[in-house]
Write a protein that binds this ligand. Structure first.
Ligand code: FES
Ligand SMILES: [Fe+2]
Length: 331
């Protein structure tokens, strides 16, 4: 398929563009769906997001400065307050009227799970709910934002796929898994995620023992994997001893072939164990996927004949069907 970036069907979705701690107070520049945006915190701590282009002479606002919750353009000092309202044009003097066209249009922004989510237009749905966020026995661990030189379409395809485990993840958990994939039954996993449940024997090398909470060579996992349109995937892992590990995989199109990636973990483990040590194994797994995915060309083909699909690709084929429907294009 050709690029999807300009497709208005995506503008009503929520995308992760940063971690909350990245905007302190800003300006913080991000690129989403081919558009440059700038984020900053206003005095009450809330976020403002606008196009990163001053209405005066189009200087990037992200090279300006934030002071007292207001963003000052680096070129002629115009001042922008909450939601991009222009509050000062120094060259016109203190009492001059502000031209109505000097105000910037704010985008929808929310902070959830330590992440900053932006919706470029009127949201058509909610940010997916992770119920463990509010359960005291679970803690959340954020991983930081990474840039992957691959289409977000390829990332979702990969995150829904288990048939690559014994090949791509040989250095981590994939070695114990037979290559044949059981028949996957797709279902609505809960209100926000559609996917499948499965069982797997995962290799449990020493590097995985903190994450799995076990020193056995192989651990049995009850798992589910599901997607929330357009590009969010959740995997849940439950070990036999009651340990649960939930991973939210967020892919954000910077453009058609470049993406932001971050993952968030929720675990009902010993909260005193170093978070970085706890997610080191997931980082290693992500690095294996990244290494493979960055070899793949362009956008994932969406036509039924664009790539060959087999039984184990069923979850990805269903995601593509729903994604193409969201875009409103012919596959
Ligand atoms: S370009 Fe921003 S104030 Fe002139
Ligand atoms: Fe993978």
């Amino acid at each position: 398929m050709a690029g999807f970036i300009g497709n208005k069907g995506l503008y009503s979705s929520w995308f992760v563009v940063a971690e909350s701690e990245d905007v302190d107070p800003g300006p913080h520049a991000v690129r989403l769906l081919g558009e440059d945006l700038v984020l900053w915190r206003t005095t009450d701590g809330s976020l403002s997001v606008v196009l990163d282009r001053c209405p005066h002479r189009e200087a990037p606002l992200s090279i300006g400065e934030v002071s007292d919750g207001r963003l000052t353009c680096a070129y002629h000092g115009w001042i922008f307050g909450d939601g991009g309202r222009c509050e000062g044009v120094p060259s016109s003097g203190a009492n001059a009227a502000i031209p109505p066209t000097a105000h910037l249009a704010p985008m929808q922004v929310e902070e959830r799970y330590g992440l900053v989510w932006v919706c470029p237009s009127e949201p058509s749905g909610q940010i997916p709910v992770i119920a463990h966020e509010d359960e005291a026995s679970f803690r959340r661990i954020n991983s930081g934002i990474d840039v992957w030189k691959v289409s977000a379409t390829r990332m979702v395809d990969n995150f829904l796929d288990i048939s690559h485990f014994p090949y791509v993840h040989t250095g981590t958990f994939g070695g114990a898994q037979p290559p044949d994939v059981p028949k996957l039954e797709l279902e609505q996993l809960d209100a926000d995620f559609f996917g499948y449940a499965y069982e797997v024997d995962a290799a449990n090398p020493e590097a995985a023992s903190t994450a799995s909470g076990s020193t056995e060579d192989v651990v049995h996992r009850h798992m589910s994997t599901g997607f929330h349109l357009p590009f969010t995937v959740r995997s849940t892992v439950a070990y036999e001893d009651g340990l649960e590990h939930i991973i939210l995989l967020c892919s954000t199109p910077v453009d058609d072939v470049t993406s932001l990636f971050t993952f968030v973990i929720w675990r009902n483990d010993d909260h005193d164990v170093d978070p970085e040590e706890t997610i080191a194994f997931d980082r290693a797994i992500g690095a294996e996927d990244k290494l493979m995915l960055e070899q793949l060309p362009g956008v994932l083909p969406f036509s039924r004949t664009g790539v060959v699909n087999v039984q184990s690709d069923k979850p990805s084929v269903e995601w593509r069907r729903q994604f193409v429907e969201l875009l409103g294009v012919d596959a």
